[in-house]
Ligand binder design. Sequence first.
Ligand code: PLP
Length: 374
Amino acid sequence: MTLPTPAFVLEEEALLKNLRILREVQDRAGCTIILALKGFALFHSFPMVRKYLPGTTASSLFEAQLGHAEFGGAVHACAPVYRPSEMPELLPLVSHITFNSLSEWERYRPLVAAAKKPVSAALRINPEHAEVATDLYNPGMPGSRLGVSATELGPDLPEGIEGLHFHTLCECGADALDRTWEKLESDFGPLLKQARWLNMGGGHLITRDDYDVERLIARIQDIRARYDVDIILEPGAAVAWRTGYLVASVLDRVERRGIRTLMLDVSFSAHMPDCLEMPYHPTVRGARLAAENESGWRLGGMTCLAGDWLGDYVFDQDPGVGDRLIFEDMMHYTMVKTTMFNGVPHPAIACQKIDGSVEVWREFTYADYRARIG
Ligand SMILES: Cc1ncc(COP(=O)(O)O)c(C=O)c1O
């Protein structure tokens, strides 16, 4: 079948490969790895994912509802802040909940204690150690609002707190975790001894080819042996890393002051926001980035945002109107962040199954656009 464009296409085989790696890490390290829905929430794939991961982590009530209804298993919650009106609905869905401040813990402590189904509470801590260069993605930045510092917390875990949670990595290797752990252990060591579980957040790019899985496993085994805590990891990106693409069409070509632009039926701002936020250049199949002084093509997004473009790509063969472009690695932090700014059509969502067949899971219409507004 010919896919409509634009379309996000999940490659089931690639997802399976990642899931097998994550299963092996859990088995060998003796830890739990759950899916961070903020990074990847494509629930049509959950029947496969849940065979390898025992649950999800949610950063909001909606994500907790999705995890509970579509994934099953354990649902953890870790949000920068919770809405009081949502707590009665949230608590029955979750097994673990992490609070971002001591004041929030105090505020919700009676509700947690009164929950019909036991909920294990934790505090998010901040080791104040940065591994991420881009501030937009760096919870370790000075004055970060994310996580309690060691000085704020003091030598004892507040009564009722059973877990500790930190998240300061983003697309990092096991070496970054080791450095973070060193700081964390020196600042929070006595508290770790009092905790029953430690959630090491996301940002571990375990499924990247050069990730040092042995180093991660050794680190987890060492922490477990010395602190007697259950270890949880909650990656999003690592689950969906290189598991699919976004296919787009060239609708027009324009040239202004010698700059050539391919006008596409996708938008970086609306459909691939990390390209502009991080920023980074995605891999485009059959193309490479232009060298300095080499003339390439700008890729132009279809919204009116002046900065909705990426430059400059050199193609094996210059694309013409009607040709298709494939943006690689477009499963994580895309569908969960997309918008319909300008009323641009949202890409369809499809799956290339292991047997090679392609299924279109969802196409979007005017009704979807309208429903988001009123
Ligand atoms: C608290 C928390 N956990 C997990 C994740 C998932 O991180 P990643 O997708 O980089 O693995 C994030 C990402 O922002 C996060 O904030």
